[in-house]
Structure formats: structure tokens, C-alpha cells
Design a protein around this ligand. Sequence first.
Ligand code: AMP
Length: 498
Amino acid sequence: MDTRANIAEAVAATAWREPDRPCVFLGTDPLHTYGSFAQRVARLAGGLRSLARPGDRVAIAMTNRPEYLELLFATWWAGLVAVPVNRKLHPSEIVYIADHCDVTLLFCDQDAALREALPASRAECLVLCPDGRYQALLQADPLPLQPVAPDDLAWIFYTSGTTGRPKGARLSHRNLSAMARSYVADIAQVTPADRHLYAAPMSHGAGLYSVVFMAGGAAHVFLRSGRFDPAELLSTASAHRHVTVFAVPTMIRRLVREATTRGVDPAAFRTIVYGGAPMYVDDLRQARAVLGGCLVQIYGQGEAPMTISTLSQAEHLHHDDRVLASVGRPFSTVEVRLCDADGKDVQPDTPGEVLVKGDVVMDGYWRDEQATGEALRDGWLRTGDIGTLDATGRLTLLDRSKDVIISGGSNIYPREVEEVLQTHPGVAEVSVVGEPDPEWGERVVAYVVPEPGVALETEALDRHCLAHLARFKRPKAYRFLAALPRNTYGKVVKARLR
Ligand code: AMP
């Protein structure tokens, strides 16, 4: 047990060395220096420990706001386990997670619906932030930074659940510091001049990256609206400059649309990291043209946070579509293999399941031995993603294994069909799934969102596919929608389309 193993140590270390260094901004207003932030964190940690014992779970179901950051770090400072929960989930889903990991405290910034959904036995857990009880917690005596063992739990990451009930990936202090080291090793150095802006939900990538940017002593910027507003993001980033932001591909698309009309300050962004769902080459080319050379892609999953492979800024300048369609090369901190259904390594350029090993990989799912046994074999995490590795070590994702369509005995990867349809000028968004078919087993069906004002015809889409795809891969049916069903992290819920 050691205080240096605690990921909150970064707050104490910077506060001790440089208490006046800027730490938190709301919009462009400075809120806390590292010195004042560390004091709040130590007091809040004292308040939390008056209600919870080491190892207890503290759920945070809040919008992105400065209190979120101090709560996360106070939880770790106090030797407790954070359970960040997406605020946009239905109250019954939040209650499911709170029950599943048996939380001691549940922090929330709007309570009405949640209070009604909470069983009476858990009513005492609920703390409204930033009001009443939260302010009282901040008045507690400061708690010294608590020692932890590197494998002690820090974060239970509930998977976004595009199918079935979410599972809680157990992430330790070791996992999260390995993630921070991976960022510095393969994406960019983090310095005090950096500004990390929270645009995507902190319960996912943006919150995970708070660890990276706290470790580097950077400043943390919150949008005043507390949500992703592309115009506000552009103006706030331009006022700060040297900003890093994590976004999912749907956010990038909205950002590109906004930046196309109002322009973007070339000094605003140092790095725009995107990931969490496929980025189609057509979208990526547009993003590159509008946002410039600051784009970095990451491929990760809650079970190996933000760290399986990365496509660097330099590789984004490539003209080869195969490079742009890939998720780059494995982080130098992990090992990646591709295996067939029997667990044997596949040849280069042959589809296989992506397996990953390293300090960043979780040690299992919270209280779910069966799912843990299925996901982890001999220290290797089975991601459930199908991909190919080329002879130079570049990884390309095809699809989630359960999304692969088997039609007439041939494997069809929806991603490949989506990439083609996405290049049709009348298509705004597309998602391809398999539907049961008495003759072929499954048949390919495309759900298409047309560009505004465009009347798309099935024949035109079919001709487009025939020009670019093998015949057997082209959709047998098209269905037109106003929008694709997405979960709260912006991922398309294919199960609902099916
Ligand atoms: P989550 O655990 O919610 O972050 O979801 C992780 C899953 O999102 C991965 O297993 C992939 O299927 C998908 N994913 C993550 N990053 C990427 C990426 N860069 N490109 C395509 N899919 C991705």
C-alpha cells in the first residue's frame, strides 16, 4: 500500500510543487488553482470517508461540471471506488447499476425522476450536487491522501450496453495509470500548457482522460452549458487554445458541420481524439479538411480503457484509404493478437477476433464470474471485435463479432458495406444489419438516413453498391429512417434495427 499508487496523487504532487498553477476553468473563467482544487478534494474526501469505508462504491450520475472532477479525485483520494454513470440513462438503468455494485453513495445533479425510481432502502445514498449535503461534505476536515495497492479498484466502468444488461469492467489504479502512460507514450506529451476540455460524457472517455491530464498537470476546462454544443466548444477552445478534447464520431460530424460555417481557429486544438465507434473514411476526409492536422483516433473499450490501438496525427495525412479506414497500430504498452474461433493465431490480413494483453486490461467484471471467464483467457482480453492485422502491424476493425452477417455461408462485414454507402452523396448516415432469411440464413439490410431534402431511390443505392462492392455483399433491402437509433454514447444500437 502506497500513496504513490493512488491516481489522485497527481493532484497532491502538483498542488505541493506549484499551488498557483491553473487547474479548473468554467468556460473561460478560472475556478481553481491546483492548490485550491487539492484543498477541496481533501475536504470532500474527508466528507466521503465519514459516510463510506475503503473500497465502497460511489456512483456519479451527473452532467459534465467542475464538481464531477473534484468528486472523482476525492473518491480516489479517500480510497473509494468511483462508478461514473451516464446521466442520460433512464432512471431505472441508473438504479440497476447502483444496485448491481451496491453503492454507498449516489451523486446526482437533478433528482426528481431518480428519487422516484430509487427503492426506499437506497434513498439515503442520494446526494444532490452542488446543493445541501454536498456543501456539507465539502466542510469536512481534510483527509490525508490514502495509500492504495496498485490493483485496488478505482473505477467500475459499466459497458454502454448496446445489447443486454451493462456489465461492470473492474479498473484498478494500475489500469488507469497504465492508460495515462500509454497516452504519453503514443499520442502526445501532456504539459501544464495543455487544456483538457470535457465535451463528451465524463462517465466514458472524457472522464477517463481526466487521469491523463491530471497526471500531466494540465488545466481542465468545462463548458458552461455542461453539454456538447459545437458552437460553444469552438469558441471556448479558441479562447483557451492548445485544447485537447475527446469526442465520439457523431460529435466530430456535428463539429465539422459547425466549423464549416463559422471556421475554426487553427490554434484552438492541439489534439482532437476520437473513438468509441467506427469513423467512416468519407467522414474522416471531411473532418481532416475542416479541422486540420489535430486528429488522432483511438480504439479501446471499457475493459481496456482508451488503449488498444491508435492512428496518429501523422497517419491522418495519408492519402491511402486503407490507412484511414484502419484504427492504426497497437499502443506500445499492449500486446495485440488476432485469433480464430479455436484461439489459434490467424495469418496477416485474415479476419480474427482482437485479443489484447497489458497493464491496461481489467481484471474482470464486477460480480460476474461467467462473463469474466468468457472475456479473459490466460490474461488475454477477448474484445469481441473482428479485425485484420496487416504485415506492418496495422489493425483494421471489421465489426463486432455478433454483428457479422452470414449469408449463404459467406461472412459479410457490415462496416464494409456501410463505408461504400456512406460515400453516396445523398446518404447522411447508414447502418447495415443482417435479417433472418429462409433461403440464405441471413440477408443484408441497410438502414439509411438521407441528407436533408434528398429523395433517395433504392435503385440508385443499388447501382452505387454494385459499382464498389462484390455482388453478394450488397443489401437486399433498404429502409429509410429520419435518424438511426443510438445509445446515450452515440453508438448505433444495431439490436434495435434488427
Ligand atoms: P465501450 O466499451 O463502450 O467504449 O465500447 C467499446 C467498443 O466500441 C469496442 O469494442 C469497439 O467495438 C467499438 N470501438 C471503440 N473504438 C473504436 C474505433 N476507433 N473504431 C471502431 N469501433 C470502435
